[in-house]
Design a protein around this ligand. Structure first.
Ligand code: NDP
Length: 457
C-alpha cells in the first residue's frame, strides 16, 4: 500500500470534525498497514496543537484513539484556499499520491478549483468534492470543465456518502439475483415507486449551509436521484465502474419531471414549531442563522418519469424533509394489481404487493396479500422482512477507503452530476417564480396534511 497524503480543506468545519476525522480514525483502525500523512487546512486561526487535539478527540469518538500515534505528526495550515499563492505554499512540499478533500461550501470548492489552475500540482493528485456539486447545471458544467483541466476524471471523486457500497450492492443483489424480482422490474408490473428520506432531526445548527440549500438540493438533487438511477438503470453486464456508471448515466438522462409539469408535480413546505419525542423544536424561521425571506423549504418532493421502454408511465416520487415525526429512509415499490382475482375471495387486494427497502440498517420487506387465518377466503396483508446486514463500516469510512484505493465506482461521474441539476432545474425555476406555494407542517408531524406521502404508511 503506497503511503498517501490526505489534506482536508475546511478542516475546522462541521463535516471535518464530525464525520471525516472519525472516518480517518476508523480506517486506520481497520487497515493496520495503511500509512497516512494527515494535513488540515482552513481559514480559522488554529495552531498545530489545537488541530491535533481536534484529531485526537475525533479518533476517540470513533473508538480509534489508539491509532492517533500513527498520525501524531499531523499539522494544520491556515490558508485561504481560494488564493493560488496559499495553495502553492500548501501543496509545494507534498509528494504524490495526494488527496485534496474539499470539506467546504460548494462555492468555495469551485473557487479553490479555479485557483488550482494556477498552481503546480503534485503528481497523482486526487480531488474529492462534496455535494452539492456546483450550484446549478451551468455551475456544475463549469466546475467539470475546470476539473478536466486539472486531473483525469478517474482522479475526481464527487462524493455521495449516502449510497455506501454495501447499500448499493444490497439494492443490486435483491434486484438482479432473484427471479422473484428481476423479471417484474418494469412498467409492466410496477405501479409506482416512492423514494423517501424523512428525518426526525431538525436544523441542528446547520443554517449556514442548509438555509442556502434546502431539502431539494440537500437530498433530492443528489442522493435520492442516485438511488433512482440505481433502481432504474438497465441491467449492467458487470458491477465494474464503467458498466455501472454508464448505466446510471443513461437512466438519469432519461429522467424528467412528470408531464414536464413542475407546478403540479412538485411540492415544498417548511416546519413550524412542534415537539418530537421530548424535544421542543422552534419554528424553522426562528432557528439561529435562518433568513426567513429565503423561503427555504425543509420538506420537498417531486414526481418524475424515467422515459425508457422499461419505465415509461411509472411515477417515481422522491421526498425528503427534516423535523418529521418518524424517521424513515426507504424505497417503496408498489406492484400493479393482478389482472384477475378469482371471484370468491373476501375483501380486495389494494395492489399486487409491495417491496420495501429500508436503508441503514438495510432490510427488504415483502408485503404480500394472503388469505388464511380465521376465514380462509379473506384477504389481508402480511409482511416478511429480511435483514441485509449492518454494513461493515460507516459511510464516510467507505468513502475514504474508496478514495485512497482509487476506486471511483460509487463516486458520481461528471455527466451524471450535470444531469441531476438538469432534472431539478424546472422545479427550481417554478419555485423561484412562486408558482408552487410554500406550505407548512408542525415539527413532529408526518408532513402537510394534504400530501399523500405524508399519509402513506
Ligand atoms: P462548515 O461551514 O461547517 O465548514 C466549512 C469550513 O470551510 C469552515 O471551517 C470554513 O472556515 C472553511 N472555509 C470556508 N471558506 C474557506 C476558504 N476560502 N479557505 C479556507 N477555508 C474556508 O460546512 P460543513 O462542514 O457542514 O460542510 C462542508 C461541505 O460538506 C458542504 O458542501 C456540505 O454540503 C458538505 N456536507 C456536509 C455534511 C455535514 O454533515 N456537515 C454532510 C454531507 C456533506 P470558516 O468557519 O473560517 O469560514
Amino acid at each position: 500500500m503506497r503511503p498517501a497524503t490526505f489534506v482536508i480543506l475546511g478542516a475546522s468545519g462541521d463535516l471535518a470534525s464530525r464525520l471525516l476525522l472519525p472516518a480517518v480514525g476508523e480506517l486506520l483502525h481497520r487497515d493496520t498497514d495503511r500509512e497516512l500523512t494527515l494535513i488540515g487546512a482552513g481559514s480559522d486561526a488554529w495552531d498545530d496543537d489545537h488541530w491535533r487535539d481536534a484529531v485526537r478527540k475525533a479518533f476517540a469518538a470513533a473508538g480509534a484513539e489508539d491509532e492517533f500515534p500513527r498520525v501524531a505528526e499531523t499539522r494544520y495550515v491556515q490558508a485561504d484556499i481560494t488564493d493560488p499563492d496559499a495553495l502553492t505554499s500548501l501543496l509545494e512540499p507534498l509528494h504524490g499520491p495526494v488527496v485534496l478533500y474539499f470539506a467546504v461550501p460548494p462555492a468555495v470548492a469551485a473557487a479553490a478549483c479555479t485557483a488550482l489552475q494556477q498552481v503546480r500540482l503534485p503528481e497523482d493528485l486526487v480531488l474529492a468534492l462534496e455535494k452539492p456539486f456546483g450550484g446549478d447545471r451551468e455551475g456544475a458544467a463549469k466546475l467539470n470543465a475546470v476539473l478536466r483541466d486539472l486531473v483525469p476524471e478517474r482522479q475526481v471523486f464527487r462524493v455521495d456518502h449516502f449510497l455506501g457500497r454495501d447499500t448499493v450492492l444490497n439494492l443490486l443483489g435483491v434486484r438482479f439475483a432473484n427471479r422473484l424480482v428481476e423479471p417484474l422490474w418494469s412498467a409492466a408490473h410496477v405501479e409506482h415507486v416512492l423514494i423517501r428520506f424523512d428525518e426526525s432531526l431538525a436544523l441542528e445548527n446547520r443554517a449556514r449551509y442548509y438555509d442556502h440549500a434546502g431539502a431539494m438540493v440537500d437530498m433530492l438533487q443528489s442522493h435520492l436521484l442516485q438511488i433512482l438511477a440505481t433502481l432504474t438503470m438497465a441491467p449492467p453486464a458487470t458491477l465494474g465502474e464503467r458498466d455501472l456508471r454508464d448505466a446510471k448515466g443513461a437512466a438519469l438522462r432519461a429522467t424528467h419531471i412528470w408531464d414536464d409539469d413542475p407546478v403540479h408535480f412538485s411540492r415544498r413546505a417548511r416546519y413550524t414549531a412542534g415537539t418530537i419525542g421530548d424535544r421542543r423544536i422552534p419554528s424553522y424561521v426562528d432557528e439561529p442563522g435562518v433568513d426567513p425571506s429565503r423561503d427555504t423549504e425543509t420538506l420537498a418532493e417531486f414526481t418524475c418519469e424515467v422515459r425508457t421502454s422499461r419505465w415509461a408511465g411509472v411515477p417515481f416520487t422522491l421526498r425528503s424533509g427534516k423535523a418529521l415525526g418518524t424517521a424513515r429512509a426507504e424505497v417503496v415499490v408498489t406492484f400493479r394489481k393482478v389482472r384477475h382475482l378469482p371471484e370468491g375471495f373476501l375483501g380486495d387486494a389494494p395492489d399486487g404487493g409491495v417491496l420495501r427497502f429500508s436503508l441503514g440498517p438495510d432490510t427488504v420487506t415483502f408485503e404480500l396479500n394472503v388469505n388464511g387465518g380465521d376465514d380462509p377466503f379473506e384477504l389481508h396483508r402480511e409482511a416478511a422482512t429480511v435483514a441485509l446486514g449492518e454494513g461493515r463500516i460507516h459511510a464516510y469510512t467507505q468513502v475514504l477507503s474508496e478514495i485512497l484505493e482509487g476506486d471511483v465506482t460509487l463516486s458520481v461521474r461528471g455527466d451524471s452530476a450535470e444531469e441531476c441539476w438538469r432534472i431539478v432545474q424546472p422545479v427550481q425555476d417554478a419555485w423561484s417564480r412562486g408558482d408552487v406555494p410554500l406550505e407548512d407542517y408542525p415539527a413532529g408531524s408526518p408532513g402537510p396534511a394534504g400530501w399523500a406521502t405524508s399519509q402513506a404508511s
